[in-house]
Ligand binder design. Structure first.
Ligand code: SAH
Length: 463
């Protein structure tokens, strides 16, 4: 982000613009929406500017700009559509201490003006840092259609009602009230008196409402790509009061959380939490008992190597209602990348989801069964235990040529694939230097056609 969006207080402040043609008019139409004191410096001002000056909505100085014209101005626009003149007036304005924008000259401007959707006092500003004005206009059009024209009215009447709403307890209850006002009662409101009545009625209803019960959803965030979220998970993120998330949950997914939601990290590392499981359980239960809708967000599917049962038991022990919202587990995402099936007629009639680690260290499994030809296993948390796995499998008679594929950061932009064999797994994995979450498939290679494709990233096994 090279430009940081802010809303600047301009009520009663000076904004000075130099120029009198089309570029000046376009900017002035925007600036006239503000409560700033506008001054236009222009030798040849368009008739509209003269008319505005006559109406008293701006001050016109009908001459070329001079030192001191932008004194005490918050903002200054150079809109002469003439490079040399714009550079001259910009340097005068700099000397007067104003922040300067030169129309159509991003590089020399200290600020830029976004595309604006105006539902005053609700204002949406859209910026693309000059990269894609067409995109900004398309987004603006979309928002203009989505936001009801009465939104500004609702916000103005609502603002005056804020102190009355203090009768409701702070937090979830007040947020629910405002959400009902804007999204349930609001869309039907057409005038100020109606908005006032809607507020009074709603407040009555909310004050009379019984205590809200908290609840917990244990939600799968999928492997990382936000498009691999379920619609239910998306809705949970939209409505949660508190979101307690694991380290492996992708930042792009947290971005989707409701802005008012409290986001708390449960900070789990690969194996073994850095916040203790007891502390996480306590976090979940205490927020839910306080009346919050808690979303416990786990990577992949919450039922796969997610210590889910401990959290469910904590909820049950405290009488907190809970529900599981499944997600796409990393094995599903990873196998899709390989263009393979997890099961295949004539190859494997079952697939094992195993972990490289358990509470005791490297996890033990039925190695003899896993070593059989055609066997497929999705190995979670299998990076550190790769050598151990390799040794155990070879010892139990596995074919050294058995394909092994490791997919790091499946479904994320940083996704990488290592395609190797059981014999080569170590040191190939060592050489690959993967430091993100990785899923290992025993018995699966990328589909040949995919492996040959140019854009299919594949690291060579080290010899
Ligand atoms: N509940 C999760 C698994 C949690 S255990 C799920 O269903 O996917 C953590 C392990 O999941 C990691 O060590 C890694 O093996 C795997 N994992 C999680 N996200 C991954 C991703 N985007 N790509 C590859 N493996 C991933």
């Amino acid at each position: 982000m090279k430009h940081f969006p802010i809303f600047m207080a301009v009520e009663g402040r000076r904004i000075v613009l130099s120029g009198g043609g089309d570029a000046a008019l376009a900017k002035l139409r925007l600036l006239l929406k503000t409560e700033a004191r506008l001054t236009v410096v222009a030798q040849n001002a368009a008739p509209e500017i003269h008319a505005w000056a006559a109406e008293g909505v701006l001050t016109l100085i009908p001459r070329a700009m001079e030192p001191g014209d932008a004194m005490c101005a918050r903002l200054f626009y150079a809109a002469n559509e003439d490079e040399a003149e714009d550079a001259r007036v910009a340097s005068l304005a700099h000397a007067d201490g104003a922040l300067v924008n030169i129309v159509d000259n991003l590089g020399d401007s200290q600020f830029i003006t976004p595309a604006i959707v105006d539902r005053d006092p609700v204002t949406v500003a859209i910026g693309t840092e000059g990269a894609a004005p067409v995109l900004a206009r398309a987004i603006k059009k979309d928002l203009e259609e989505k936001l009801p024209p009465t939104l500004g009215l609702l916000a103005r009447v609502g603002k005056a009602f804020r102190t009355r709403v203090e009768a409701l307890p702070f937090g979830v209850k007040r947020r629910d009230f405002w959400s009902d006002y804007y999204f349930k009662a609001g869309p039907a409101v057409t005038g100020e008196a109606e908005a006032q009545t809607a507020l009074e009625d709603l407040l009555g209803q909310h004050l009379a409402a019984p205590e809200k019960e908290g609840r917990v959803d244990l939600v799968g965030a999928g492997p990382g790509d936000p498009e691999l979220l379920t619609l239910k998970a998306r809705k949970a993120l939209d409505t949660a009061d508190v979101i307690i998330y694991d380290r492996l949950v992708a930042p792009e997914i947290l971005e989707l959380a409701r802005r008012e939601a409290t986001l708390l990290s449960a900070g789990k590392e690969g194996f073994g939490p850095s916040v203790t499981q007891d502390a996480i359980n306590e976090m979940i239960v205490s927020h839910a008992r306080g009346g919050a809708y808690v979303v416990r967000l786990k990577s992949g599917d919450p039922t796969v190597f997610g210590r889910l049962d401990e959290e469910i038991e904590a909820c049950e022990a405290s009488g907190v209602a809970w529900r599981i919202i499944p997600g796409i587990t990393s094995a599903s995402a990873a196998v899709a990348i390989l263009g393979q099936s997890l099961t295949k007629r004539g190859r494997n009639s079952g697939v094992r989801f195993i972990t490289g680690h358990d509470t005791k260290g490297f996890a033990d499994h039925d190695w003899r069964a896993l070593a059989q030809p055609g066997e497929v296993a999705a190995i979670y948390m299998g990076k550190k235990s790769a050598r151990f796995l390799q040794g155990r499998l070879l010892m139990h008679g596995a074919d050294p040529a058995t394909p092994v594929t490791v997919i790091e950061n499946a479904s994320r932009p940083t996704q990488q694939i290592l395609s190797t064999t059981l014999a080569e797994l170590e040191p190939a994995l060592q050489n690959a230097g993967f430091d993100g979450p990785a899923l290992t498939f025993l018995g699966l290679a990328p589909r040949a056609a995919l492996a040959a494709a140019e854009d299919f990233e594949q690291k060579e096994a080290a010899s």
